[in-house]
Ligand binder design. Structure first.
Ligand code: ADP
Ligand code: GLC
Length: 471
């Protein structure tokens, strides 16, 4: 089947988090099982754009309310990612470096969606499904089904995948004029709690809705930033499909970001060499177990708990371990983590910012990964960590619960805890230290997690079944 993915992110073109990883790999795995997946995303001014070859495939003119604008679509000449990749440019809105974080993000993503549909409306053969991801593209199901101008697209099935329901893209009714005409009695399909809510609208209008793990879907009916009852109403068309990982990118045996490679037969020396590289950079003692955190420094990820975790661990357990963190986000957490550097030199360090190379080096060199998330729809870090022989310490929530089994179970391979609290995290660290001392058990566990299969194959089949239900 022909599937058009519409997304704000797609690795390696532009990535802010796991959404990019998923859209950069799922389409390729779908193609391997016989589909023809294409991806269209905004033409941000990224390194990838300037280092690859493109051809202009479409130029159009459309409007967002009273504002008429030109747009251009370019396609990558050779499909280096394993799927057709299209970038859409709108001067003044999408020609920026970053993916998000601008005051006019509402206008940027509204215009993007309108231009995508304006282009799609002119395709001779329409795709078998349009697959949209998160709120930035979640107005598309409504626009396809209910606006006059896109009437031709009414019968094209739509899938909305929710990677994160915390962010909903809400805007006021004063901006309703951005959208082309529709029957005003359908107002309820755009609205949630008095505003236009793109994510809620996507949930109402998409033919099928998926979340990135089964447990997250269950949690959403109890806790989803105001959308709980909507998930309850719509649960008949919702399903949870766990993310896979792209083992062509995330493979310790040929990872392009690493200088020391290792596999299941050479992980003892491979992990040690990678740990040494990290410890040399950050002035740490490589004999001590190394705990890492990688991710957005936000409440959702439990990042605000980390400063106290460091202090409590050093005070109560002693300076028996090293901590190395990588991330950016809330200013308060960033500055607390930065301040702690002077207090704990040699045992703790933090890199504030986004650094793809360092993240790979950290997964490869660490002993343990901490993920104390309050909310974690799927989580990819724990999957990458395991593939690189790094044992995950995770809070039992969302996808973390679905992918990490505690050691207490005979099939277990990770450390899990119930609460996103300093106490629970410190306890988990204590358990990890004990495990680290049992050299044989620790080693066999490393081997076990490296062998676990979190590839896309099974999940791509599940998406395939979903698309086929439209036929
Ligand atoms: P989320 O999408 O909620 O941020 P995921 O666990 O799904 O969380 O994916 C996070 C992805 O982003 C992983 O590939 C992780 O390695 C990467 N990542 C997060 N923060 C950083 C950072 N500061 N530098 C480099 N990579 C990062
Ligand atoms: C989101 C979620 C994360 C998930 C990722 C990819 O950003 O926060 O848990 O892994 O999307 O689906």
């Amino acid at each position: 089947m022909d599937i058009l993915h519409v997304s704000a992110e797609c690795y390696p073109i532009a990535k802010a988090g796991g959404l990019g990883d998923v859209v950069g790999s799922l389409p390729r795995f779908l193609n391997q099982i016989g589909h023809v997946s294409k991806v269209v995303m905004p033409m941000y001014r990224t390194k990838y754009l300037y280092s690859h070859e493109w051809q202009v495939v479409h130029k159009g003119y459309t409007n967002m309310g009273n504002w008429g604008f030109d747009y251009t679509i370019i396609k990558e000449k050779s499909d280096t990612q394993g799927f057709e990749l299209y970038l859409l440019d709108i001067n003044g809105l999408l020609d920026r470096e970053k993916v998000y974080g601008y005051d006019d993000d509402t206008e940027r993503f509204c215009a993007f969606q309108l231009a995508v549909l304006h282009w799609l409306n002119q395709w001779e053969k329409l795709p078998g499904a349009v697959h949209v991801h998160d709120h930035h593209t979640a107005l598309i199901p409504f626009l396809m089904m209910h606006t006059y101008v896109f009437k031709r697209l009414q019968h094209v099935p739509t899938v909305l995948t929710i990677h994160n329901a915390q962010y909903q893209g809400i805007f006021g009714w004063d901006k309703v004029g951005y959208l082309p005409q529709w029957d005003s009695w359908k107002r309820g399909l755009l609205e949630w709690q008095g505003n236009i809510n793109p994510l809620a609208s996507g949930i109402k209008c998409a033919w099928k809705v998926t979340t990135v793990s089964q447990t997250y879907l269950t949690e959403l009916t109890n806790m989803s930033n105001g959308l709980e009852s909507l998930f309850e109403f719509e649960k008949g068309k919702c399903s949870g499909i766990i993310n896979g990982i792209d083992v062509e990118v995330w493979n310790p045996d040929n990872d392009k970001y690493l200088t020391e490679h290792f596999s299941i037969t050479s992980f003892d020396s491979g992990k040690a060499k990678n740990k040494k590289i990290l410890c040399d950079i950050f002035g740490m003692d490589e004999e001590k177990p190394l705990f890492i955190f990688i991710g957005r420094l936000v409440h959702e990820k439990g990042a605000d708990l980390l400063p106290q975790v460091i202090l409590d661990s050093f005070n109560h357990i002693g300076r028996k371990m090293n901590f190395l963190f990588l991330g950016s986000g809330d200013h308060d957490t960033e500055s607390k983590l930065t301040m702690l550097k002077s207090f704990s030199k040699g045992d703790y360090d933090v890199y504030i910012g986004y650094n793809e190379t360092l993240s790979h080096q950290m997964y490869a060199g660490a002993d343990f990964l901490i993920m104390p998330s309050r909310v974690e729809p799927c989580g990819l870090n724990q999957l990458y960590a395991m593939r690189y022989g790094t044992i995950p310490l995770v809070r039992k929530t969302g996808g973390l619960k679905d992918t990490v089994i505690d050691l207490a179970d005979k099939h277990g391979y990770g450390i899990t805890f119930d609460n996103a609290s300093v106490g629970d995290i410190t306890n988990a660290i204590y358990r990890a230290l004990e495990l680290h001392q049992e050299k044989k058990v620790f080693r066999s566990l490393r081997k076990k997690i490296m062998e676990l299969d979190f590839t896309w194959h099974r999940s791509a089949e599940e998406y395939s079944t979903l698309y086929q239900s439209f036929q």
